[in-house]
Design a protein around this ligand. Structure first.
Ligand code: COA
Length: 214
C-alpha cells in the first residue's frame, strides 16, 4: 500500500540517515572482498553479513527486543541494575567515533515522537527515553559517558510504521548500498589486496618432542 505522506517522508529520511558512514565494519568487509577482485555481489553480500551483527546494524532489532523485555517504563531502573551487574551491553548505545549523542539519533528520536503521537502509541518511546536517561546517568557516574547511536530509536520507528524486525537489516542495507558500491569502485580504481599481518603472542619456539616421547 502507498504510505501516507508523513510516513513516506520519515522512511525516506531514515534511509538517508543510514547512508554509508566511513570505515565501519560492513564497509571494510565490502572493501576487503573487493580487493580480491571478487564481484560486486559478493562484496555487498559480505557487507550485509557484517551489518547483520548485533554490534553493528543488527543493534536496532536488539533494541526492540530489549524494550519488549522491559515492557514498561517503570521497569527500566530495575532492568538496568541487573543488566549492568551482568556486564550486559545496552544495545543502541555507544559508538567508536562519536563521543556525544549521535546526531542521527537526535533526528530519529524526533520522528519516533511524531509517529507515537500520530498512532497514539507511546510505549516504545517512553521505555527508550527512560533507558537513555537511566543509562546515561549511570555511565556518567563511572566517568565513561556513553550515548545513543543511530540504532537506538530507529527500530521503534520501523515498528510503528508496521515493519517487522526481520526487515530492519535489509532496510539498513538499502540505505548503505550506494555508499558501499562507491567504496568498491574506489577500491578497484587503485587496488591492492588486503593482507594484514598478525603478531604472534603465543609461546616462543620450543624443541620438537617426538610423539612417542610425549
Ligand atoms: N553498554 C554498556 N557498556 C558499553 C556499551 C554499551 N552499549 N558500549 C560500550 N560500553 C563500555 C564497554 O563495556 C567498555 O567498558 P570497559 O572499558 O570497562 O571494558 C567501554 O565502554 C568501551 O567499549 P568498547 O566495546 O571497547 O567500545 P568500542 O568502540 O569497541 O565499541 C560499540 C563500540 C558500538 C561496538 C559498542 O559501544 C557496543 O557494543 N554498543 C552496543 C551495540 C550497538 O549499539 N551497536 C551499534 C553501533 S552504531
Amino acid at each position: 500500500t502507498e504510505p501516507d505522506p508523513l510516513e513516506g517522508e520519515i522512511m525516506d529520511k531514515c534511509l538517508l540517515l543510514h547512508a554509508e558512514h566511513d570505515f565501519n565494519a560492513s564497509t571494510f568487509a565490502a572493501r576487503v572482498v573487493a580487493s580480491t577482485l571478487s564481484t560486486c555481489y559478493c562484496s555487498i553480500s559480505s557487507a550485509i553479513g557484517a551489518l547483520y551483527g548485533s554490534l553493528h546494524g543488527g543493534a536496532n532489532q536488539r533494541v526492540i527486543e530489549m524494550a519488549e523485555e522491559i515492557g514498561d517504563k517503570n521497569n527500566v531502573a530495575a532492568w538496568m541494575e541487573k543488566a549492568l551487574a551482568r556486564k550486559k551491553k545496552v544495545m543502541g548505545m555507544g559508538h567508536r567515533e562519536y563521543k556525544a549523542k549521535d546526531p542521527r539519533a537526535h533526528i530519529i528520536q524526533k520522528y519516533l515522537a511524531t509517529l507515537s503521537e500520530k498512532k497514539q502509541d507511546f510505549r516504545y518511546y517512553e521505555i527508550l527515553q527512560e533507558v537513555e536517561k537511566v543509562f546515561r546517568a549511570k555511565m556518567e557516574t563511572t566517568g565513561k559517558p556513553i550515548y545513543p547511536n543511530v540504532d537506538f530509536y530507529s527500530g521503534a520507528v520501523y515498528r510503528l510504521l508496521g515493519i517487522p524486525a526481520i526487515l530492519f537489516t535489509p532496510i539498513f542495507a538499502m540505505g548503505r548500498v550506494a555508499g558501499w558500491l562507491g567504496h568498491i569502485l574506489e577500491q578497484r580504481s587503485d587496488n591492492r589486496i588486503y593482507r594484514p599481518e598478525s603478531l604472534w603472542t603465543g609461546p616462543e619456539p620450543r624443541a620438537y618432542i617426538p610423539i612417542e616421547k610425549r
